[in-house]
Design a protein around this ligand. Structure first.
Ligand SMILES: Nc1nc2c(c(=O)[nH]1)N[C@H]1C(S)=C(S)[C@@H](COP(=O)(O)OP(=O)(O)OC[C@H]3O[C@@H](n4cnc5c(=O)[nH]c(N)nc54)[C@H](O)[C@@H]3O)O[C@H]1N2
Ligand SMILES: Nc1nc2c(c(=O)[nH]1)N[C@H]1C(S)=C(S)[C@@H](COP(=O)(O)OP(=O)(O)OC[C@H]3O[C@@H](n4cnc5c(=O)[nH]c(N)nc54)[C@H](O)[C@@H]3O)O[C@H]1N2
Ligand SMILES: [Mo]
Length: 770
């Protein structure tokens, strides 16, 4: 029963004849994730990619193919050597004729938990060795926060680790104001794998003595404990926060001392609160008109916040929305006015219900990582601008004070991610994926992205290889062991890139002469050495492998974010122009962007229930993280498969909204707006605010007429409905948060799901003699 690890937890694999027969949770994990259940089935599911495959049209005509059949064309399976020759020749052709800036290698995606066989890092390292490619910066998770917070707090570290720890919150916080809640379904996950799932038991303990306010469209964003639900209208949180801030200002409750000693630009923000936009201040009465909450309740909440040890927590989802920068900035401003930043259990934080590692205190150590090298092309897009890039060569893209001219992309290389899961407005992405001459994908399964590639190379999964699992916010460093044989002809991404590097004459530089086993030892030794410098002793490599995991201690003292800055703002300034928390940023104001200003502001979202589009599309869609899978991973198996309704992704509707549309539990509906449409299966639930519907992300996109934009997705991927405009010019993060839809009964017999089977294969047309 060898140990292995995934983003959803550590586990042991029982195998027979080279195949998995059972997955059992790590004995140290008090609350293992049910996602483990699907892993045996995933190993040899019909959608597993067995052999290299080339799209028929591309095999016949190469990059001169019209690309109109991408997604619908059948595939031809070819031997490995031939597939590798085709990929190497195509890379060499594009490089020679158009240069490396004609290759897109951003390859966003979560890949798998092992730090060496991490496909996205492998592809970057390979392409960087090959002369580079257009890359990508930031992420889908907190793309807006990541760009904003360095301007405001001097760093984005508060988003992924250097946060106030759970111990301090448990011991000190009296009022925990959670925007977007703290759903434990999301904390099943940690990038790199959680050793022990502890967030849920912490939350239960916290609930016993701390008042928890859940401001969210969904009541079950806080579950299993007593909490107060404020049913939020999606996209209106900034208005609520401004109303709270105004109350503090008007009632003399703002901490003037902290604002004077630790903050910059409060006057401008206060003036904005007082003056409002059209003469009326941004007070609680105004906030009530936007949020639907009673003005007196808003005022009372502001007073309670000022009276208590308060923590303002925002889930990352809030900034994956129009003007997502503003809501994070407004939350920092509210916390600054409360003056508790840096005090035990006080202040502001992000993502306590987003990933397991947030607030999970771990002594700083050096995590193992494969160096991807430098990118000689030196050009990167903000990650969620992929469709803009493919559709808009020559266009100018402004972003965070800089500008770039988008190059023409001829070749797209993706390994370890699934853009036809993760990107917004998938119909636009279908169009975008018709532009490049060649798309190459490494995948384990026939995802919607693999089906849109020209050359598909089959990759192994985690249980088919040795690796090291680690996260900087988890106490377990895991010795991952190969438990089963590679499925069919699947190969490790590293082996694939090594073979390509040999064909391209860059093998020595790519491998540095190391086998995969030698890389693991090398990465571990770097980790051991780097950790020792930080005071964390790790065993030698043999001992680590023999004892199966290493544990890193908790820091002895509870952690409070920005405590050092609070104690000594002169001696420990923030890395901002003023050295302080910037409630006004001259830098951002100086960019002169029409959609992001110098301080937090309320701007009406592009789409929301208070706007004109709600007349035609009166339901706000929450496309949140799926409880039963990781993004698109494990969708056709295990607990994810079990939750489908007649094979479709569930959509939750409020009882009144269901009644008004004549639909009931188990019905199939069509969910639509001007961008697209999908089918879904109805679950009626009063855990939603009326007017809000919820569909998790990750159902594999399965459109009728897959080759053309606009086809009905018969399975239920909400990204056929979301928009691709991005947050604002500052960060250009993804903004699926503001999406309006309508739902109607689908009475015809629903078309069959096809994405849970492999695509169509045909014999090699060049060898059939026809
Ligand atoms: N509407 C909406 N859309 C969203 C979001 C939202 O909230 N709403 N959230 C966004 C967020 S935060 C994120 S992070 C993205 C996630 O989007 P992705 O990270 O792209 O989603 P995954 O399904 O995890 O994709 C990883 C892929 O890697 C493959 N893989 C796993 N192991 C290996 C391997 O060893 N080798 C290779 N070659 N491949 C492997 C898996 O099969 C899987 O298809 O989605 C975003 N999309
Ligand atoms: N099981 C599971 N867990 C996951 C993942 C997964 O795929 N599966 N993905 C992981 C990844 S990559 C990431 S980045 C994190 C993301 O972590 P989050 O961004 O925190 O996750 P979401 O589930 O998208 O959003 C949390 C809740 O925010 C609420 N919300 C949405 N819009 C609004 C709004 O306008 N106002 C308010 N007040 N609330 C709103 C929704 O009700 C939603 O349930 O999750 C991680 N955890
Ligand atoms: Mo994410």
């Amino acid at each position: 029963m060898v140990l292995n690890s995934a983003h959803w937890g550590v586990f042991r694999v029982a195998s027979a004849a080279g195949r998995p027969i059972a997955i059992v949770p790590f004995e140290r994990d008090p609350k293992p994730s049910p996602l483990l259940e699907g892993m045996v089935e995933a190993y040899d599911h019909p959608t597993r990619i067995a052999r290299p495959a080339v799209r028929k049209g591309w095999l016949e005509r190469g990059p001169a193919d019209s690309r109109r059949e991408r997604g619908a064309d059948p595939f031809v399976e070819v031997p490995w050597d031939e597939a590798l020759d085709l990929v190497a020749a195509e890379l060499a052709r594009v490089k020679k004729d158009h240069g490396n800036s004609a290759i897109f290698g951003g390859s966003y995606g979560w890949s798998s938990a092992g730090r060496f066989h991490h496909a996205k890092t492998q592809v970057k390292r390979f392409l960087n060795t090959f002369g580079g490619a257009v890359g990508q910066v930031n992420n889908y998770s907190f793309g807006a926060g990541m760009v904003l917070l360095p301007h405001v707090l001097g760093s984005s570290a508060m988003l992924f680790g250097v946060t106030t720890g759970r111990r301090s919150i448990a011991a000190n916080t009296e009022l925990f104001l959670a925007f977007g809640g703290m759903p434990s379904r999301n904390t099943q996950i940690e990038s790199g794998g959680p050793g022990e799932h502890r967030q849920e038991s912490w939350l239960r303990e916290l609930g016993k003595r701390c008042r928890i306010v859940n401001v969210s469209p969904l009541a079950d964003d806080v579950e299993g404990i007593g909490s107060e639900w404020w049913p939020a209208i999606p996209g209106t949180d900034t208005a609520l926060i401004l109303g709270l801030c105004h109350t503090l200002l008007a009632e003399g409750l703002a901490d003037e001392g902290f604002l004077a000693s630790h903050c910059h630009g409060y006057d401008a923000f206060a003036q904005y609160l007082r003056e409002g936009r059209s003469g009326a201040s941004f007070d609680a009465d105004w906030a009530a008109t936007i949020t639907g909450f009673d003005a007196d309740r808003i005022r009372t909440l502001a007073r309670d916040l000022a009276r208590s040890r308060s923590f303002i927590a925002l889930s990352w989802s809030l900034q994956r929305a129009d003007h997502g920068e503003d809501v994070f900035w407004a939350a920092v401003a509210l916390a600054a006015m409360l003056g508790q930043i840096g005090l035990p259990g006080g202040g502001v934080g992000f993502g306590y219900g987003s990933l397991h590692g947030i607030g999970n205190e771990v002594a700083p150590f050096c995590t193992p990582r494969l160096d991807a090298g430098a990118n000689p092309v030196g050009m990167s897009i903000p990650v969620a601008r992929i469709a803009d890039l493919l559709l808009g060569p020559g266009a100018r893209l402004d972003y965070d004070g800089s500008a770039m001219t988008l190059p023409k992309i001829r070749l797209v290389y993706w390994a370890g991610g699934n853009p036809f899961h993760h990107h917004q407005d998938l119909n636009r992405l279908v169009d975008a994926f018709r532009q490049p001459e060649t798309v190459i994908v490494h995948e384990t399964h026939w995802t919607a992205t693999a089906r849109r590639a020209d050359i598909v190379l089959p990759a192994t999964t985690t249980i088919e290889r040795d690796d090291i699992g680690a996260s900087s916010t988890d106490r377990y460093l895991v010795s991952m062991r190969r438990a089963v044989d590679p499925y069919a002809e699947a190969r490790d991404d590293y082996a694939i890139f090594t073979a390509l590097a040999a064909r391209l004459g860059i093998e020595e530089r790519f491998t540095e002469g190391r086998s995969d086993a030698e890389w693991l030892r090398h990465m571990y030794e770097e980790t051991r050495h780097g950790s020792a410098l930080l005071g964390v002793e790790l065993p030698d490599y043999e001992t680590f492998r023999a004892q199966e995991f290493a544990e890193i201690a908790q820091p002895p003292e509870p952690v409070d974010a920005l405590a050092a800055f609070r104690a000594d703002p002169q001696g420990q300034p923030l890395d901002t122009p003023s050295g302080r928390i910037e409630l006004f940023s001259e830098t951002i104001a100086g960019f002169g962007y029409p959609d992001c200003g110098g301080h937090p502001m309320w701007r009406t979202p592009r789409e929301w229930l208070g706007g004109p589009l709600a007349e035609r599309f009166p339901l706000a869609l929450i496309s949140n993280q799926p409880a039963h899978r990781l993004h698109g991973q494990l969708d056709p198996v295990g607990v994810s498969k079990a939750t489908k309704i007649a094979g479709r992704e569930p959509i939750r509707l409020h009882p009144e909204d269901a009644r008004a549309r004549g639909v009931r539990d188990g019905d199939i509906v069509r969910v639509f707006n001007d961008r697209g449409a999908c089918l879904a299966g109805v679950v009626v639930s009063d855990a939603l605010r009326q007017g809000v519907v919820q569909m998790a992300t990750g159902a594999w996109y399965d459109p009728l007429q897959p080759e053309a934009p606009g086809g009905l997705d018969v399975h239920g991927n909400p990204n056929v409905l979301t928009h691709d405009h991005g947050t604002s010019t500052l960060s250009r993060g993804p903004a699926p948060g503001n999406t309006l839809v309508e739902v109607e009964p689908y009475r015809a017999p629903p078309p069959p799901i096809t994405v849970d089977r492999p695509p169509q294969f045909v014999p090699d047309p060049r060898r059939s003699g026809t």
